[in-house]
Design a protein around this ligand. Structure first.
Ligand code: SF4
Ligand code: SF4
Length: 484
């Protein structure tokens, strides 16, 4: 008889019971006692059905043990096989994948000089000072970009346009004109465009806030927290901190712009890892609806880079905040920790990624001169170019990229249970760390696996304590704003 052995899954505990995260299908399976016992008896060995049933005799009758084995085989947690699983299949997305989100870099200039910024430090990909790209996008290029989005979004009725920089609001006139133009053109072709932007908030003023509110533009503010943390890195060119300038403007924005929730996006460094304090300040004192955190992207030599110890600390704090999120949501109260909510949504939808993010697929960045690139962080880089807004997506270059970056070609990821949600991690991070977008980000695997395990536990708890909250993901009621 062919023996049984375990397949790919991650076991986790929540709400007082065991759950399996089934890696190939990204599905979650709650274990009853006989199923848990079968897995326990089997461990990492190969054993026949009869052997397992015999080992469980006295605890479960034969019918219950055999039923548990059958069920585990059906969900593919275990299987009859003599050889290890074959390597991952490499299935490429359809050839003309529709563009869902276009990130328009309306300027590559910034009025801040944040010490850690990937655009201006040693890690920069594009020379925005002396390079060939214009410093500001023209209205003509922005209009061409809108036409590009409408065309390349294919059959989708809704497309997303995100304005980005440099500091986005340095080119507010073009942003304003583009929204009017895009609205009109989208209506003419029977589509809707959803608008959003990311800004450092220094240039917000009443007319701009009014415009953003009236046009229901989603806003993400890049901010690092209370005064001393914000001023550590987010400084003007003369070195002066920006907190005193941005705080009153953000408060004004949050007071007036009520048509969409406003989110904060925090860059974490080894010097600013006080996550709970930052969260409290931004939600309770400033009034943000949501806060998303991202570790700084930089070479490990930088003193502010997050090292192994920093990732441990970050994970501990993320876990504490995620449990606060759980208690709030279980009691039907809002909590604005968007990292956990975004991951819960992916878990709920059974996301299993062949690529770490939408870059190069449903998301593309556009440089000031209209070159189309992998994402906003690569906009203007010839090495990561996918055509132009005038000539359309270079499908050949896109195909070659997708061929080269599939998770099936990332050897370490093939054996990793966190693969469905991570898939090797951000291309920009990999480019900065290893000089190539092709490498998986193996420097942060422990952090990714630890965080994914936490989110699975929160998911398991909520599936018992507030399943309605999770069901709302099906209707996308709690979908987060895109945080770039
Ligand atoms: S980068 Fe690391 S954590 Fe992510 S899928 Fe690959 S091996 Fe797993
Ligand atoms: S995760 Fe990285 S590669 Fe993907 S869109 Fe964001 S910055 Fe670009």
């Amino acid at each position: 008889m062919i023996p049984l052995s375990r397949r790919e899954f991650h076991l986790f505990q929540a709400a007082g019971r065991d759950f399996l995260y089934l890696v190939p299908s990204a599905a979650i399976f709650g274990l009853d006692q006989p199923s848990a016992a079968v897995l326990n008896v089997l461990g990492n060995a190969s054993r026949s059905d009869d052997d397992i049933v015999a080992a469980l005799a006295g605890r479960f009758d034969e019918a219950a043990a055999r039923a548990a084995i059958r069920e585990l085989v059906e969900v593919r947690a275990i299987g009859y096989q003599q050889r290890p699983d074959p390597v991952l299949p490499k299935m490429l997305p359809m050839a003309a994948f529709p563009l869902n989100t276009m990130v328009l870099n309306v300027t590559n200039q910034c009025n801040l000089a944040c010490t850690y910024c990937y655009e201006y430090g040693e890690d920069k990909i594009v020379d925005t000072e002396h390079g060939k790209q214009s410093k500001f996008m023209s209205e003509a290029t922005a209009r061409e970009s809108v036409e590009f989005l409408l065309k390349e979004s294919g059959p989708s009725r809704i497309a997303h346009l995100t304005f980005f920089g440099g500091e986005t609001l340095l080119n507010f006139p073009v942003l304003q004109a583009t929204i009017a133009y895009a609205r009109q053109r989208a209506a003419e072709v029977g589509k809707t465009i959803d608008f959003s932007l990311t800004t450092n908030a220094t240039l917000l003023k009443p007319e701009i806030i009014e415009f953003l509110a009236e046009n229901q533009v989603g806003v993400t503010i890049s901010i690092d927290g209370p005064q001393e943390l914000q001023n550590r890195f987010r400084v003007f060119h003369n070195g002066a901190g920006s907190y005193e300038v941005v705080a009153p403007k953000i408060k004004e924005l949050l007071k007036r712009h009520r048509s969409r929730p406003i989110g904060a996006r925090v860059t974490l460094t080894s010097d600013t890892l006080d996550i709970t304090r930052i969260y409290r300040h931004l939600t309770e004192e400033m009034g943000f609806w949501e806060v998303g955190f991202a570790p700084v992207t930089t070479s490990p030599q930088q003193q502010y880079a997050i090292g192994e110890h920093g990732f441990d600390k970050m994970l501990g704090q993320f876990r504490a905040l995620a449990h606060e999120f759980l208690e709030n949501v279980a009691a039907n109260k809002h909590h604005g920790f968007s990292n956990v909510k975004d991951t819960l949504e992916e878990i709920h939808k059974g996301v299993s990624k062949a690529y770490p993010c939408g870059a190069g697929l449903g998301l593309l960045g556009v440089s000031t001169d209209g070159d189309v690139a992998l994402c906003h962080r690569f906009a203007g880089s010839d090495a990561h170019k996918f055509g132009t807004v005038r000539d359309g997506i270079d499908r050949h270059a896109q195909r070659a990229f997708l061929e080269d970056h599939h998770v099936a070609d990332k050897t370490d990821c093939q054996k990793c249970w966190a693969r469905p949600l991570c898939s090797g991690g951000c291309y920009h991070e990999a480019h900065v760390r290893y000089g190539t977008t092709k490498r998986p980000n193996l420097h942060y695997c422990e952090w990714i696996r630890g965080w994914t395990d936490t989110c699975l536990q929160i998911y398991g708890e909520l599936s018992e304590r507030n399943p309605d909250f999770l069901a709302r993901f099906d209707r996308e009621e709690v979908k987060a704003e895109a945080v770039l």
